[in-house]
Design a protein around this ligand. Structure first.
Ligand SMILES: *Cc1c(COP(=O)(O)O)cnc(C)c1O
Length: 358
């Protein structure tokens, strides 16, 4: 069967989540931007977003955005949410893709490009909000209006911030209030009345969940929530979204009781980690024909309660099924629910077949 291993995408769950997200965001008076990097901007998934009337997309890869532009023309609003490399500026200006920038020099450069093409470049000023990754420091942000005269062909749309992706710093009401104050200050110094405030990712949604509406936040960039229905930054699921849209299917290629020789000197496994053997002597193990090149075993969940993921090699996912009542056999197919990391890697793996249910 050439359909194994596979990633099965349940489009009906995704559509359900998209509709729920749109409805919530309408109530909260914010515009959702669909972040598509988690599914590598899968055209089948994007088509579902498009049918649900999502018109605003963001991705960390320029190629993904260019392919959306090619398919849907000028209508969708597209943003590159990774700081651009130099070479990306020109194609971004050409394709009308919004940039998130964090250096004065980058604004100078995009201005030069836009000027030579006789057009305008749209940008968000990214602000560091505490996660310790990209963004102007707040003090620098407030100095930017000094340079405004150099940016005749740049339209500053607003300021953007991100949290939880690197250090797991969570947003609080205070985070939003601070950002609103920065926005106010920059608007005032730029003599602009309508700068946007864009926040992301899914970790921001719980701030609105208790119907505590924040006036003034314009857009929220969301990927994980509508893809997986989860908020990994709080190890939570959203009650108003569905989980389980992505399933990994893999074939059992070996079932045997085995003992790891713990008396032997043990080093690190192939990925530099220490793997602790299960207690007891002989343990029944199942080997699945899917490996670290295809999945992230820390974000993969077995449906069978008593089975445990032991670890992964490049070629195999190894399960301990000693406590299971089910009698696993070579040739049978095991299904596992995929989390964000696994979905991303499965999309990137040429060995994983992508399949869809509707
Ligand atoms: C990935 C990303 C998002 C979306 O985050 P999710 O946790 O997937 O919702 C939003 N903004 C930026 C800048 C990102 O890199």
């Amino acid at each position: 069967m050439q359909s194994l291993p596979s990633l099965v995408v349940d489009i009906s769950i995704l559509k359900w989540n998209m509709t729920a997200l749109l409805r919530r965001c309408r109530e909260w008076n914010i515009c959702p931007v669909a972040v598509t990097k988690g599914c590598l901007a899968d055209p089948v998934v994007i088509e579902a977003l498009w049918e649900r009337e999502f018109r605003s997309y963001a991705d960390a890869n320029l190629g993904s955005l260019l392919s959306i532009r090619k398919r849907y023309g000028a209508i969708p609003q597209l943003q590159l949410i990774r700081l651009p490399m130099r070479w990306e500026l020109e194609p971004m200006v050409e394709a009308g893709i919004i940039a998130h920038l964090s250096h004065v020099e980058a604004l100078d450069e995009i201005n030069t490009i836009a000027q030579s093409r006789h057009c305008n470049a749209d940008v968000f000023l990214t602000v560091e909000a505490g996660d310790g990754r990209e963004g102007f420091l707040p003090a620098e942000l407030l100095e930017l209006p000094k340079f405004q005269h150099r940016w005749s062909h740049v339209r500053i749309l607003g300021i953007s911030l991100s949290l939880a992706c690197l250090s797991g710093v969570l947003p609080y009401r205070e985070t939003i209030h601070r950002a609103l104050a920065w926005r106010e200050e920059v608007s005032c110094r730029l003599e602009r009345s309508s700068l946007l405030l864009s926040v992301g990712g899914s970790t921001f949604l719980p701030l609105w969940e208790d119907n505590r509406v924040f006036e003034g936040v314009n857009q929220v960039r969301v990927g994980e929530a509508w893809l997986l229905g989860t908020d990994i930054s709080r190890k939570n699921s959203f009650a108003w979204l569905k989980q389980g849209a992505f399933t990994i299917r893999a074939e059992v290629v070996e079932v045997r009781s085995k003992e790891v020789n713990i008396k032997d000197t043990r080093g690190f496994n192939v990925f530099g980690r220490v793997v602790e053997p299960q207690p007891g002597k002989q343990r029944r193990r199942v080997l699945l024909a899917v490996g670290a090149q295809d999945i992230d075993e820390t974000q993969l969940y077995l449906l069978e309660e008593n089975a445990k993921i032991i670890g992964v090699t490049s070629n195999y996912l190894v399960l301990d099924v000693e406590e299971c009542t089910h009698n696993y056999q070579p040739g049978e197919v095991v299904e596992l629910q995929a989390g964000y990391g696994t979905v991303m890697r499965a999309y990137l793996s040429p060995f994983i077949k992508k399949m869809y249910t509707y």
